[in-house]
Design a protein around this ligand. Structure first.
Ligand code: FES
Length: 165
């Protein structure tokens, strides 16, 4: 091969360590920069102001709106308010399938979802799919003026009643 350049073995032997040294320094510098950036990101995350999102409490209104018996739907809160001898409860009206609003099933009792036909009994238990889970009960309280307030972010057991006076 007459056109191949001649390789000066001495130059090659000296250049290779210099190149390695250069690449090592560049690699170390890149890792240092990445480390500093990761540390800075962690600090920014740790010091970020905490937000719990919009308030989950909704005013339901005076007790007189909720006589014992049939559930009363409160659209602003997306809950059914149930009142019986033990007190008050609030049942989410958000279908556990894809989030449509369920409505009372006047023919069969309980609740029915208009989107895909899920059915729930009067306690929110699924009796026909595709809903994967029961409707959750959420906490309901009385404020100082006796009005009902629901906390949509506070699920409670189905037998949790709020006594009202
Ligand atoms: S959203 Fe209710 S059944 Fe699909």
């Amino acid at each position: 091969m007459a056109n191949e350049p001649e390789i000066n073995e001495e130059v090659a032997a000296e250049a290779t360590p210099a190149r390695r040294d250069f690449l090592w320094k560049v690699g170390c510098a890149a890792l240092s920069i990445a480390g500093v950036e990761a540390a800075a990101s962690t600090l920014r995350f740790a010091k970020a102001p905490v937000s719990y999102g919009p308030a989950q409490r909704r005013m339901l209104g005076d007790l007189s709106r909720f006589p014992p018996g049939a559930p009363v739907y409160v659209e602003d809160a997306g809950v059914f308010v149930l009142r019986d001898a033990k007190g008050m409860r609030a049942l989410s009206a958000t279908c556990t399938h894809l989030g449509c609003t369920v409505r009372t099933d006047r023919e069969n009792g309980g609740f029915i979802c208009p989107c895909h036909g899920s059915r729930y009994d009067s306690e929110g238990h699924v009796i026909a799919g595709p809903a994967p889970a029961s409707l959750p009960f959420v906490r309901v309280d009385q404020d100082r003026r006796g009005r009902l307030v629901v906390d949509l972010g506070a699920p409670v057991e189905a037998d949790h009643h709020t006594k009202v006076g």
